[in-house]
Design a protein around this ligand. Structure first.
Ligand code: A3P
Length: 885
């Protein structure tokens, strides 16, 4: 600004002077004086910037503190309520969410909240029949939520009776949100001994002091101010009801039919203890737009599920300050900022026991600010023992752009800097600039981390993706625990409160019940990332965190804690063991992932289709025939797992996608080359469809089905020829009829023999992920007898161009008894001895047993094929007709 205006003034003056016809001495003198004044001002301001002399500092804002609750009362009420009861034992831990439509906004808000707190749910539209509510003697759902409570009240008699019976018998509570009804003032709700009064504008919200519902929520707390939107309030005299909060009318939209004093408190949320009909309910007079309702919803889920859905009361907080020496001159921390950091750390410690800021550094930038800022850097090191520290590379660089030797060297240089400056780096923790190399995985980063800093924990926002934030999760990769990182709304460029994007109100709203408050509320473990610039300037991070933690203390009974990163990560994966296994996605499917993935990698080395098995159905024949096609390339053979890659099942998955991609050639032409992989163990493995879909959502899936009895027998023979001791020791009949009292090895063999043949149940699992148009079922008998026709249909399914005429390249080999590859006029190349073995036929007893065993599975398969509009194979028709093999 200053430069621009000086330049304009100067050029105006000069222009005027030069426009004069005659140059007088006075005018020349005037110009010289003016120029020297300007140059003096410019030099002073430059010196100020460069060396920080007399930098004008704004006064950093004071943290918010708006707690209304009298602290003495709150302490006496601060009892930790336990909602757990015996009734919860017979309940599953899912929630049934009844919505008006699959896409309704209010319903989506509810399901997002449930996802954020990691509660499983099932969404059902209200107009339809209820889903199955019980399984064996257990209730499937521990709470039922109605997005629109009126839909519960007006539910058809049959469904209503069914639901009420379930709720009263299994002690399952109902939560409902009552929206306003246009043009209706009030409703006498039949059967509920209650009047709903609609369309209210309310202000102030006082939580009932004495309710047992409060567990996370602090009883008796008061919110002052106008409440958002229109409300429904509840009037009742029945003793089953307990108001959970009281509010006041702001203005009256309609003239109210129920006579009452305007100042008399109204009830915007009510708890039905179930004295009337044995069903507990919590009814909200407005949706989740009001932040406090999200808090109350946590407690409602807890009490109404008999403690099944109670969240822990501890909240762990970690705050990283990354790049503590990185930042351009003028926005770095000075001595007073460092002092403020230490003072606030002490204040936070009072609220969050064990708390320390966690500082990340690149030594290259130490003492690279103004004189005043360099003093700040030195002060940080003077206080080095007050903080936790973690190291980066020497410079602020993105790991995915470098190879391992460079990363290692750069980390070693930084580690040397830490040693020279006695920086205590003891936390086994690190993060990567811009998340680079953490996810998608850049192997060299992990290797260097382990070797140089002994990193065991890191954090990222990028797994599985940045958005939506509530779905961020953790995973473990080769011993490094990756924690999900939360967003606190502070970035390197947010320096001053007055410039905060969206204005100060935006940040304050996030603190006072909004996004930041909810992140801590919903996540037992929160890791936040901030930067050095958030601690200089307006010290926005100090303002933000002190404020939000005070707000948490004010409104909740949560116990705030901090433990070192390693302990934190161990705790995280102890709480969420299901997150240990990563789920790899295609980095090219997400722009942000691609931008932090090494440029020398390509997603073109991933398969376009998979042949998934099951074993012994002709998968090797199909694999071989596909490989003959000029446009199709298969995976390279794996020396470890009988040539198959077997990536998506078993331990290979933990090697990551770089490892997987090494099994594929770089396609000569990406548009006309089709890569595929065949692993026959994929078909019946529980985890494979989910993993495959995450990485290859557009892949086509091919499976082969033969008579499951035949398959089981062929597999048994296969095991015998591989000299499996159990298969050698027991007859086929022994294996298939083994019971749960038989030796473990025999039972295991039985399961591996019989389970893959339950075709429908495995196919359904694949169809849970892949759309049916991406799935192709090959009739294995047809593949054996007429492979030319089968290869023709597969080419059509894959839309492969050019068409390859297999009739020229396959012919029946009478000696082998199967179709083989034509090598020359009188020579064929057949599959090895292990394919198309000769063994005695199954005996009658075995056939009969298996026929009965697979009966219901075959019926399910025929129904499924019917649904998929797929032709029923001849062998299945025969099985269902009851014909003999
Ligand atoms: P058998 O060896 O029991 O006869 P997979 O490759 O999935 O392990 O399947 C092996 C089975 O493929 C063989 O089982 C055989 O019946 C069948 N098959 C189908 N077409 C074949 C072919 N052209 N050559 C050899 N075996 C074939």
């Amino acid at each position: 600004m200053f430069w621009r205006s000086s330049f304009i003034v100067l050029s105006n003056i000069c222009a005027r002077c030069f426009c004069l016809k005659r140059f007088t001495l006075t005018k020349v003198l005037l110009i010289v004086i003016l120029l020297s004044v300007i140059s003096t001002i410019v030099s002073i301001s430059f010196l100020n910037l460069r060396f920080g002399i007399a930098r004008q500092r704004s006064k950093p804002p004071l943290p918010l503190s708006t707690c209304r609750l009298n602290s003495t009362i709150s302490r006496s009420l601060l009892k930790r309520v336990n909602h757990q009861s015996k009734a919860g034992r017979h309940l599953g831990d899912r929630v049934l969410v009844m919505v008006e439509s699959q896409y309704s906004k209010a319903g989506t808000k509810i399901t997002h909240l449930l996802e954020a707190i990691r509660v499983e749910y099932k969404v059902e539209p209200t107009g339809k029949n209820l889903p199955t509510l019980t399984h064996l003697d257990k209730g499937k759902f521990s709470v039922v939520i109605f997005e629109n409570y009126n839909k519960y009240i007006t539910m058809d008699k049959w469904n209503r009776q069914l639901l009420d019976k379930y709720c009263s018998e299994y002690n399952v509570g109902i939560i409902g949100f009552v929206p306003s009804k246009p043009d209706i003032i009030s409703d006498n709700v039949p059967g509920f001994r209650m009047v709903f009064e609609y369309g209210m504008k309310l202000q102030d919200y006082k939580l009932n002091m004495f309710s047992d519902v409060w567990r996370v929520t602090k009883a008796g707390q008061i919110y002052e101010g106008r409440l958002p939107g229109e409300w429904t309030v509840f009037h009742t005299n029945h003793s089953t009801y307990e108001p959970l909060a009281y509010s006041k009318k702001q203005t009256q939209k309609f003239s109210v039919s129920i006579e009452e004093d305007v100042n008399k408190p109204v009830v915007p949320v009510i708890y039905d203890h179930g004295k009337y009909d044995k069903i507990k309910r919590i009814i909200f007079g407005s949706a989740l737009r009001f932040w406090l309702h999200r808090l109350i919803l946590l407690d409602s889920l807890s009490i109404l599920s008999n403690g099944k859905l109670s969240m822990p009361l501890e909240r762990h907080i970690q705050i990283d300050i990354d790049d503590i020496f990185v930042g351009r001159e003028g926005i770095r921390m000075c001595v007073d900022d460092v002092e403020a950091l230490v003072t606030t750390q002490e204040t936070i410690k009072q609220m969050v026991s064990g708390f320390s800021f966690n500082l990340g550094f690149s030594g290259r930038y130490y003492l690279h600010g103004s004189y005043e800022e360099d003093a700040g850097d030195k002060k940080l090191l003077e206080y080095r023992d007050k903080f936790w520290w973690f190291g980066h590379m020497w410079r602020h660089e993105q790991a995915h752009k470098f190879d391992e030797p460079y990363i290692t060297l750069a980390m070693q240089q930084n580690s040397q800097f830490a040693k020279e400056n006695n920086i205590p780096v003891k936390q086994n923790y690190a993060v990567a600039p811009h998340h680079s190399g953490v996810y998608p995985i850049h192997e060299p980063l992990y290797t260097a981390w382990r070797n140089v800093w002994d990193v065991k924990v890191t954090s990222t926002e990028e797994y599985p993706r940045l958005h939506p934030a509530w779905r961020r999760r953790g995973f473990i990769y080769k011993g490094v625990m990756v924690l999900p990182r939360q967003t606190c709304g502070l970035y390197t460029h947010t320096l001053f409160l007055s410039d905060y994007p969206g204005g100060r109100k935006h940040l304050d709203d996030s603190i006072k019940g909004g996004e930041l408050f909810q992140i801590i509320l919903f996540n037992p473990i929160s890791v936040f990332m901030t930067h050095m610039s958030n601690y200089g300037n307006d010290r926005l991070a100090l303002y933000t965190f002190e404020s939000v933690l005070k707000f948490i203390q004010c409104w909740t009974n949560l116990k705030l804690l901090a433990v070192p990163p390693l302990q934190l990560a161990l705790k995280y994966f102890e709480m969420y063991p299901e997150e240990r296994d990563p789920i790899w996605q295609n980095p090219c499917d997400h722009k942000r992932h691609l931008s932090i993935w090494s440029t020398n990698k390509t997603c073109e080395k991933l398969p376009n289709f998979l042949v998934i098995g099951p074993q012994k159905t002709g998968t090797t024949a199909l694999y071989t025939f596909l490989g003959m096609h000029p446009a199709i390339e298969s995976n390279f053979n794996s020396p470890d797992t009988f040539e198959e890659v077997q990536f998506f099942n078993g331990n290979n998955y933990y090697h990551g996608i770089d490892w997987y991609m090494e099994f594929f050639p770089t396609p000569k032409n990406t548009t006309s080359t089709y890569l595929f992989e065949k692993s026959a163990t994929y078909f019946d493995n529980e985890v494979v469809p989910r993993r495959a879909f995450a990485l290859l959502p557009r892949a086509k899936i091919i499976c082969i089905l033969i008579n499951p009895s035949k398959r089981a027998y062929s597999w048994y023979q296969h095991m015998r020829s591989h000299e499996d001791p159990t298969a050698l020791n027991y007859s086929f009949y022994d294996v298939i009829t083994a019971t749960d009292i038989d030796p473990r090895k025999l039972r295991e063999l039985r399961n591996r023999c019989l389970n893959p043949g339950m075709y429908a149940q495995h196919l359904i699992r694949w169809l849970d992920y892949y759309p049916s148009r991406q799935l192709f079922i090959v009739d294995g008998e047809q593949l054996k007898n007429d492979p030319i026709h089968v290869m023709h249909t597969i080419q059509r399914f894959l839309h492969i161009d050019p068409y390859f005429d297999y009739s020229q390249f396959l012919r029946f080999d009478p000696k082998k008894g199967f179709f083989c590859q034509v090598v020359s006029e009188d020579r064929n190349k057949c599959l090895g001895k292990s394919k198309g073995r000769t063994y005695p036929p199954m005996n009658k007893e075995e056939q009969l047993f298996l026929k009965q065993y697979y009966q219901r599975h075959n019926v399910a398969l025929s129904k499924l094929l019917d649904k998929l509009n797929t032709e029923v194979p001849a062998w299945l028709e025969e099985e269902l007709r009851g014909g003999d093999e």
